[in-house]
Design a protein around this ligand. Structure first.
Ligand SMILES: Cc1cc2nc3c(=O)[nH]c(=O)nc-3n(C[C@H](O)[C@H](O)[C@H](O)COP(=O)(O)O)c2cc1C
Length: 242
């Protein structure tokens, strides 16, 4: 078993195994957290694209504005400069953080329905987090699209992407075999859905790519191709090898 982070606590596990037991955590204990390991982990995380600037801040419950019916003791606020891949990169980086937190007994949930009290044009999204005793489930408890709806390949290495979380469980990703890798696409939503979820869908695709990276840490690579196939109803995001 590979340890990405040498945490010495009881919950230390490799990140890839979290993919099959995680769930969005909406039940939190009011316990304080030592933020040191989280800051340390974030400082080592692999971005999708080294050229995209991002940063984060940690807030407490009372410091954020929420439209959710539940709340958590802490919130990671994520910031990035606009640009085509910035949302994808935020999803990629901070889903690794979410899996890491899960591995040390800290539950989390991406929160589209939240914002900051002070306006910041770089603000992208929040992640709720905190100690929890209700943050795992059996793989049979995942509600996901059929494998054939997310790819044209019979390749089990894509299962970690199938299990990825997404805004309103929209699962907007599609993987098309290309050479010895895959071209990655994001579904274009219809007019009604577009108003709600299209701003989060690039984050969702980044989250799915994070699962593929964590599960294939030594072989994963991402690039933008000029010569990709157009796919009706989808936007090209990039190409991967796993
Ligand atoms: C970008 C994004 C935004 C989300 N926003 C919310 C939210 O505002 N409120 C909430 O309760 N869950 C939110 N979620 C969690 C999803 O509803 C959840 O991931 C999805 O239903 C799949 O369930 P699972 O994460 O337990 O596997 C969000 C997830 C993502 C990836």
């Amino acid at each position: 078993m590979m340890f990405k982070y040498n945490f010495t606590g009881d919950f230390a596990m490799d990140l890839a195994s979290q993919i099959y037991i995680r769930k969005s955590c909406r039940n939190y204990l009011d316990e304080e957290i030592d933020m040191g390991p989280i800051h340390d982990f974030i400082s080592t995380v692999k971005p999708l694209d080294e050229n995209i600037d991002y940063y984060y801040k940690i807030f407490e419950r009372d410091e954020v504005k929420l439209k959710t019916r539940w709340s958590a003791p802490y919130y990671l606020a994520l910031f990035s400069k606009g640009g085509f891949l910035s949302g994808v990169n935020i999803g990629f980086v901070f889903q690794q953080v979410s899996l890491f937190m899960q591995s040390i007994g800290i539950g989390s949930c991406w929160v589209g329905l939240g914002s900051l009290k002070e306006k910041n044009p770089d603000f992208v999204i929040l992640i709720a987090f905190g100690k929890s005793d209700n943050m795992t489930r059996d793989v049979s408890g995942f509600k996901r699209k059929n494998f054939s709806e997310i790819c044209d390949a019979d390749d089990e290495r894509l299962i970690p992407a199938q299990l990825a979380p997404s805004a309103i469980n929209s699962q907007p990703w599609y993987f098309k075999r290309s050479g010895d890798g895959f071209d990655v696409y994001m579904k274009k939503q219809n007019l009604i859905k577009r108003q709600f979820i299209s701003k989060w869908n690039p984050i969702d695709v980044g989250i799915a790519l994070a699962h593929l990276y964590v599960a294939n840490e030594n072989t994963f690579s991402f690039e933008l191709k000029n010569n990709f196939d157009k796919l009706k109803g989808y936007v090209y995001i990039g190409s991967i090898r796993i």
